[in-house]
Write a protein of this length. Structure first.
Length: 115
């Protein structure tokens, strides 16, 4: 395995990481927001002003965390893009497989491996 062809030769791994991150960036934020809404609902039902205030703050923090988690794949793609400019042109395959695992670039690299 040559360093110049690392991403092309490991496209199946990057594709799997891409699918995992796609699921990760959707499911985890949904869980965080749903749990925050449930906590807020419990506080509203209890009619305790202090609990409501605490739940609103908790919900806000969970929404912020959910947004951050949603953008993890974008941040990873950006970092790989920065490394790509200083390393080689092959890192584009890694970035494409992580950000869009079923995209054309990743599929072509994956198909080339399986042929």
């Amino acid at each position: 395995m040559t360093p110049e062809a690392f991403c092309a030769e490991t496209a199946n791994i990057w594709r799997l990481v891409g699918y995992f991150l796609t699921i990760f960036k959707i499911v985890i934020p949904l869980i965080l927001v749903i749990l925050g809404v449930i906590d807020l609902g419990k506080a509203v039902v209890s009619s305790d002003d202090k609990a409501i205030s605490k739940s609103v703050k908790s919900l806000a923090m969970r929404v912020i965390a959910a947004v951050c988690i949603f953008f993890v794949p974008t941040i990873i793609s950006f970092i790989i893009g920065v490394v790509d400019t200083s390393a080689n042109d092959n890192a584009d395959i890694c970035a494409k497989c992580i950000s869009s695992p079923s995209g054309d670039v990743c599929s072509a690299a994956y198909d080339a491996l399986t042929d």
